[in-house]
Design a protein around this ligand. Structure first.
Ligand code: URA
Length: 329
């Protein structure tokens, strides 16, 4: 780089400016963004290499450092508007879709901050996050469900392993747009190794059908993967041992919507102790994914008056998918 004409120096200064903004953006988001794809990891690596070679070039030319423009604050992460989601959800289930991505900062002229790369899944600062390494995740890459299942292995991480017949990992479409999360396997699920196949499962299957889906369209899993003895509630240490696997499953699937069935699913995913009676029917967000808390089907079997409320919650989900009660579309 021997061309020290004023134009080339200005161009270099501009590049430096962009690189700075990008590095600042990366620094700012480092604690709250997660990589979602291997390709993405490679792209990020390339960007870092490019940034580093530009730095070297600049150091060699000894260009005067331009005064750094103040970096405007990043707008707070927002949930996509209902309308945006509604349009997005009209894609047919199972159709290839881009990875979930951050809403980039508004497009701006040169002086504005560089747009956030679309490859990062933005996590709101206030969102609870799992602090350890997620099972199945290698070097920040999005895992596959198979990888997560392999990592779970013949799990002995909590005392539920001693009474189980089968680990109930989950079932359905690994690329589902809609995921249902229950509490934990019961007797039938334990015997078959498949979630929601008993009485509560029959009701859930009907609910899914009434929403215009089949069990093969969606993915179904639980907070704990082994049956608590006598169908008791899962205990905190059991939830703590199993929860990372649920989070990895959701990272692998990256659905558009999660329906949390009952208090254990809603409270665990959201890290919120609000009773399900108050949480249900209110859209929430889990790691950038829309989450609808509702009643557990087993609870609905005991309290049929609440079915009406649960149906209202599921209708909100249907609306996001462009589905209407009575239509099979
Ligand atoms: N209840 C649950 O929460 N999960 C199942 O898989 C079955 C019943």
């Amino acid at each position: 780089m021997n061309d020290d004409t004023p134009d080339s120096m200005q161009e270099l200064a501009d590049v430096l400016q962009d690189v700075r903004r990008h590095l600042l953006w990366q620094e700012e988001t480092a604690g709250r963004s997660i990589l979602v794809d291997a390709k993405v990891a490679a792209e990020l690596q390339q960007q870092r290499a490019a940034a580093s070679s530009v730095r070297t070039m600049i150091a060699r030319t000894k260009a005067p450092e331009p005064a750094a423009a103040p970096t405007p604050p990043r707008p707070p992460a927002e949930s996509p508007s209902r309308d945006t989601l509604h349009a997005a959800m009209k894609q047919p289930l199972g159709a290839p879709r881009p990875l979930a991505a951050a809403t980039p900062p508004p497009a701006a002229p040169r002086a504005a901050p560089a747009p956030a790369p679309a490859m990062l899944l933005d996590v709101p600062r206030s969102a609870p996050r799992y602090n350890g390494a997620l099972p199945g995740v290698v070097e920040g890459e999005r895992p596959t469900l198979d990888q997560v299942r392999r990592e779970l292995g013949d799990c002995r991480r909590c005392k539920l392993c001693s009474g189980r017949k089968n680990i109930v990992f989950g079932s359905g479409n690994p690329r589902a747009d809609l995921v249902f999360v229950g509490e934990g396997p019961g007797e039938n699920e334990d015997l078959q190794g498949v979630p929601f196949v008993g009485a509560a499962g029959d009701l859930l299957t009907k609910m899914i059908g009434a929403m215009g889906f089949t069990r093969n369209d969606v993915y179904i899993s639980n907070v704990v993967k082994c049956r608590p003895p006598g169908n008791r509630n899962p205990e905190p240490d059991e939830i703590a041992a199993c929860e990372p696997f649920l989070r990895s499953q959701l990272l692998a699937i990256q659905p558009k919507v999660i329906v949390a069935l009952g208090k254990f699913a809603a409270q665990t995913l959201l890290r919120d102790t609000t009773p399900i009676t108050r949480m249900r029917g209110q859209w929430r967000e889990y790691e950038g994914i829309q989450l609808m808390p509702t009643f557990h089907p087993a609870y609905l079997l005991r309290n049929s008056a609440e079915k009406r409320n649960a149906w209202a919650d599921l209708q909100q989900v249907m609306k996001l998918f462009g589905k209407h009660p009575g239509s099979s579309a």
